[in-house]
Design a protein around this ligand. Sequence first.
Ligand SMILES: Cc1ncc(C[n+]2csc(CCOP(=O)(O)OP(=O)(O)O)c2C)c(N)n1
Ligand SMILES: CC(=O)[C@@H](O)[C@H](O)COP(=O)(O)O
Ligand SMILES: [Mg+2]
Length: 573
Amino acid sequence: MSATAAALQPGLACDPATLRSMGYPRLRAVAGDIRQFLIENVCRNGGHLGPNLGVVELTLALHRVFRSPRDRILFDTGHQAYVHKIVTGRQDFTSLRLRDGLSGYPSQAESVHDIIENSHASTALSYADGFAKADEVREIAGRTTVAVVGDGALTGGMCWEALNNIGGSSRPVVVVLNDNGRSYAATSGGIADHLADLRMGYGPNVFEELGFVYIGPVDGHDLPALEHALREARSYRSPVVVHCVTVKGNGFAPAEADANDRMHAVGPSGSQSKPTWTDVFASEIVDIGAQRDDVVCLTASMLLPTGLGEFARRFPKRIFDVGIAEQHMVTSAAGLAMGGCHPVVAVYSTFLNRAFDQVLMDVALHRLPVTFVLDRAGITGPDGASHHGVWDIGLMTAVPGLRLAAPRDPAQLRELLREAVVATGPTVVRFPKASAGESIEAIDRVGPVDILRSTGTDVLLVSMGPVAEVCLEAAALLEAEGVGVTVVDPRWIVPCSPALAALARAHRKVFTVEDGGREGSAGSLLAQAIPEIPVHTIGYPRAFIAHASRQQILESHGFTGAAIAATVLEGQA
Ligand SMILES: Cc1ncc(C[n+]2csc(CCOP(=O)(O)OP(=O)(O)O)c2C)c(N)n1
Ligand SMILES: CC(=O)[C@@H](O)[C@H](O)COP(=O)(O)O
Ligand SMILES: [Mg+2]
């Protein structure tokens, strides 16, 4: 019987205890129901379909062999934890990734079975190392720490730092390698080649060399084989790697046939796709690449999501996919720059967080011409707190010599990207996960600063990035209240330009609006430049912001014309 669209067939108990009481025929039927449930619900609401279809049997086996939450089951990245949620009491996916609904990642608030909420890859083995050490220090025996890590995540350096610490110890850690041969695209490089050898059953085994017992390759869709391997792993009471071979998108032909990414992440059904900021970048970087043969592009396993697909097709010798390895990517870009290239590092804002030291000490300290293109900057939405790109401005304001641009529209993205790739030092260009919108013309330009509207000097409204439309709406509302407003767009928001400071000094009050955190904001740089004039910064609080749609979060944080106008009027008082 196929599962209903809203929830698994009522009464289909598939909690861990019930799962343990089932025979394999019944289990296989449950696996089929779960697969159908995932297809119906994720295709409707959006989410990570391919990864979860690939771990149905694996997750059932994990919960039959290990006793969560006493045994911890950690999911690396967490995008593949839907089945885990279904078997731990959360079978209504109608609210998946919606405001106040089910998170698309493990959530401690949802269940005692959920542990890692961070959606950044390659962390689970380090958590496992810590948990196992804590049990040893506290002399808690008899439980196992299990970490499920994908072959893509395994290309992340943190995994190998953790393997170095876990291997050879006597701590009961079971690493379940979910090897489907893909990140988004097929994984490549030395680790991928080694895993391919192991999948064929031959070759020296890196895990054994590091002090692990290696069990595998195991068919990741064969329930008896999986359980046998996991029971054996549990029995060793020492570090073990169980190498499971799975199929991303298993059981759903359109996913299995998806050459790009096996339906890694699908949008809500019926969602219209207007040209996005990523599309604008994707076309401009190809034009730049055609004119500049020193321009090379780098991605951390996200070639298509960051818009580099066409660049890769046109310039196959000038594209580098380094795996999920942002720290390495940045310092490799530093090497490329020292070697005479102009690297363009395309990365989601939130994932650059982990490469801050590399930006600071490997790129900026050497004053290198590297351009960072930060997609998904600002609020992203359904992926929740660890995916919002709200820290990049604050981090980058601390980097000496680095300049950061926040385009307001497609035309400015093209213009600022071209300015960035001819800069002699490090530059950043950031834009959100959103449709690119219409161009917003300037009425004048003072130095690098665009004047968008000017009806008086009571208030200077500084629009930074994709907020010009709501700033202009606010200005119209304020003018109706008799407040004279000038709206400007600095374009380069870090560091604060003298032209912007001079404009601000000609006004009574200054308000800045930016799609980023208030702490360390570009607005705070302006405030430091003009201490004699009050500057009010509109941005996000120093908080982790829960998942909802981008628009819902923008509105709830005052990013509307009316709310900005009200803030200005209050500030005027
Ligand atoms: C640090 C970091 N970089 C990039 C991403 C984006 N991302 C999410 S899932 C994924 C691929 C993960 O591949 P794998 O670990 O093999 O899991 P699978 O989807 O194949 O199950 C990537 C690159 C991320 N979550 N974290
Ligand atoms: C889990 C992960 O990090 C990515 O799959 C992310 O969910 C993709 O985000 P976008 O949908 O914004 O590309
Ligand atoms: Mg994978």
